[in-house]
Design a protein around this ligand. Structure first.
Ligand SMILES: [Zn+2]
Length: 727
């Protein structure tokens, strides 16, 4: 009797449907023998029993109440476009979720595609009531064995319910909700209507929703004209359009196509000959038209932040207006400067670099004014201004010099650029200048201008790498920095954003301002829902920073950064890493800090490209235009410094006996002014006239005031290196 009733239920499930889609029924599926029917009926009965239990669970969890009305499928829920603007009101991007959706009637869709879809996704589509009990049972038993979440076995109706109403998360309650909705959809709509809705909303990758958009996207044709080969490939993609897209991986797409054609053969919809023909037919892709943003690296950077703040759905469908900090005019100067360098130097000469980046920020507000993350966004979306971590080389040195100033060293303090060996845990360490030469003693000011590695390492040894790490962290470097002697040489990897952030503190008198890209956001009704506030903190002694900036002005005036010079006060630093893998220039005026970089993504060494070369030229090219309407302004004059004419060979006060080419006026902290006179140069004819080593003078603090009779200071020339030498 139980057996009878079960049969009864089984029969009900096979009752005729309002659908006329039975032509898809495969011949093989109709062949039933008695034992097969008996076994199937048993399975169905078991599955139904299970389903009733699940159904009870649904009511138990009060799920039904939470489920949406299936009537809403037919309603076209409007998605509003989110717009992103630059600070000067240029539209950078339109964002809308269903950017590419063209709704077509079922009759305008190739029969090849409809057949392939049913064969692959839901071969019993025209016979079930919204769920395929056998498939579920099969999947459930598999899942129990594999102890995995319920997956697979979804009918087209269930997929429609899920895509339209439910989130993608794999929970049991979602699965049950999907089943209930699928039943409701089946009650309300015909199989044709369900198929049409399904094909118009399903996601086919590359922001294409629905079959017509997908046909246009992949093959440049209407859905009505899809061949068997194309249809099989499209249906194959449904398993994971982002993975199997022929634009991403043609081999993977062909494998999916083959498996769909195989399924069609198995079900008897096509012959083996037809399948082979479809597989061999060449696939001609229409070519991907990427979504074009203006200032694409910056705009993508903004979109990433918006998604993190508000979630993807909100960003793409809520019709917000996002006002950014980008100055589109400056952005164009930046893009042109980078492009010119790539075109003129990177490609046409033996310089051998293929990528460049630029980032420009207002150090007072933190507003990102311009961002170029690479030479061609369509070719590579990787943002070298924000996502790339590379060695800054000598562009890191200012942090060491700032620490040194803070520890009481003066810009005029003389240190010896000479061979030195350090015994470290890793063995002997002998720092080298990039030109492998030593230039003898020189004031710190000059060592920074010429970017002497040996002096930077000696500073590190003198004050401790930890103090340099503290300074760098304070200024905004967040990347991991190693406590090693060679830290100032910039071997620890950092991002361009961090470097521009830290240099911004130097430009802004010790005040740190967080870089921002989104100024404010309005919702679709024009109500402000977000406004970025400028966050500042005073992180370093203002005068100390001004002293460093004063030294960094020299880098552009007489140092390795001369290629960046413009006729206004500016400061900066070059950076070149070992084997010419990276070349940087980071420089600033009080109102703008800009970083440039050139190199290769795969770290291929460039051919003698230094920070003072191409990066300084890109920087100058950009800044020349960008600063046109920004008033000329000098940095604050450093205080508490006393100018003293010193001899470089002794580091002491110069006398008339010192070599004029080894004498210059340097600045000292007022309590660190050298008291003594040069003890290297003295009158050879008069052995007594050996100033500076007069121990009695020193002891009693006496001064013989002959400073006025000394020769006029001159900029020393013997230490002038070839400025094109790497540093
Ligand atoms: Zn001297």
């Amino acid at each position: 009797m139980v057996f009878e009733s079960r049969r009864g239920i089984g029969k009900v499930s096979k009752s005729p449907r309002k659908s006329k889609g039975t032509s898809y029924r495969g011949n093989a599926a109709r062949r039933n023998s008695f034992p097969g029917t008996f076994f199937k009926s048993l399975l169905i009965a078991l599955a139904i029993g299970l389903f009733i239990l699940l159904g009870a669970g649904i009511y138990g969890f009060n799920m039904i109440k939470g489920l949406p009305e299936v009537d809403k499928i037919a309603v076209n829920i409007p998605n509003e476009t989110t717009k992103i603007y630059s600070a000067d009101n240029v539209l950078l991007a339109d964002l809308h979720k269903e950017e590419n959706r063209v709704v077509v009637h079922l009759s305008d869709i190739s029969q090849n595609l409809k057949t392939a879809l049913v064969a692959m996704e839901d071969s019993r589509f025209y016979r079930h009531h919204g769920i395929d009990i056998r498939a579920i049972f099969r999947a459930l038993s598999k899942d129990i064995i594999k102890r995995k979440a319920v997956e697979g076995a979804s009918t087209l109706t269930q997929q429609l319910a899920r895509n339209v109403f439910l989130t993608k998360e794999k929970t049991l309650s979602r699965k049950l909700g999907e089943i209930v909705l699928a039943f409701q959809i089946e009650r309300k709509y015909t199989k044709e209507e369900i198929m049409e809705m399904y094909l118009n909303q399903v996601y086919w990758g590359h922001n294409a929703y629905g079959i017509e958009s997908a046909s246009q996207l992949y093959f440049g044709k209407h859905a009505s004209n899809l061949s068997l080969a194309e249809s099989a490939m499209l249906v194959g993609l449904l398993k994971g359009p982002e993975i199997y897209s022929p634009y991403k991986d043609m081999n993977a797409a062909k494998e999916r196509q083959e498996s769909v054609l195989g399924r069609l053969i198995t079900l008897g919809y096509i012959t083996e000959a037809q399948g082979a023909e479809g597989l061999n037919q060449p696939i001609v892709l229409a070519g991907l038209k990427k979504v074009q943003y203006r200032a694409p690296y910056f705009t993508s950077y903004v979109i990433d932040q918006l998604i993190r703040m508000l979630g993807e759905n909100e960003v793409y469908s809520s019709g917000m207006k996002v006002y950014t900090t980008l100055d589109y005019q400056l952005q164009q100067y930046a893009e042109n400067a980078v492009q010119r360098a790539i075109d003129r130097v990177g490609r046409t000469s033996s310089a051998n670099f293929s990528e460049a980046a630029l980032l420009s920020i207002n150090p007072r507000t933190g507003y990102i004014l311009g961002m170029v993350g690479g030479k061609d966004y369509l070719n590579s979306e990787f943002n070298r201004a924000t996502q790339s971590y590379r060695q800054p080389g000598s562009a890191f040195k200012p942090f060491a010099y700032l620490s040194a100033l803070d520890r009481g060293l003066s810009p005029g303090t003389v240190m010896d650029d000479s061979a030195v060996t350090y015994n470290t845990y890793d063995g002997a360490y002998v720092p080298q200048n990039y030109d492998k030469q030593y230039s003898g003693s020189m004031p710190l000011r000059r060592a920074l201008e010429l970017s002497k590695n040996v002096v930077a390492v000696k500073i590190s040894d003198l004050i401790g790498a930890n103090s340099i790490i503290d300074t760098a962290k304070n200024l905004g470097i967040n990347s991991k920095l190693q406590n090693i002697l060679s830290l100032p040489l910039g071997a620890c990897e950092v991002s361009m954003m961090e470097m521009a952030y830290a240099y911004g503190v130097l430009a802004n008198r010790g005040i740190k301002t967080k870089p921002i890209s989104i100024f404010r956001i309005e919702d679709r009704n024009g109500i402000e829902i977000y406004r970025n506030r400028v966050e500042t903190s005073h992180v370093f002694n203002e005068n100390m920073v001004n002293v460093l900036v004063d030294m960094m002005k020299g880098v552009i005036l007489n140092g390795t950064g001369r290629g960046a010079a413009l006729p206004r006060p500016m400061a900066g630093k070059t950076g070149t890493t070992s084997d010419y893998k990276d070349a940087w220039f980071i420089g600033f005026v009080p109102q703008m800090v800009t970083s440039t970089w050139v190199g290769n993504d795969n770290n291929t060494p460039m051919n003698n490209v230094t920070g003072g070369g191409v990066p300084a030229k890109i920087w100058r090219d950009y800044m020349k235009n960008a600063l046109q309407n920004i008033p000329v302004m000098d940095f604050p004059k450093p205080k508490d410094l006393i100018p003293v004419k010193i001899c470089w060979d002794s580091g002491l006060k110069a006398t008339e006996y010192c070599r004029t080419d080894r004498v210059s006026v340097e600045k000292f902290w007022k309590d660190k002014v050298p008291d003594d006179y040069c003890n290297v140069h003295f009158a050879k004819k008069n052995g007594n006239a050996k100033p500076g080593v007069n121990w009695l003078d020193e002891f009693f603090g006496e001064n013989n005031n002959n400073e006025m009779s000394e020769p006029e200071p001159q900029e020393p020339t013997t230490n002038r290196e070839d400025m094109d030498q790497p540093e």
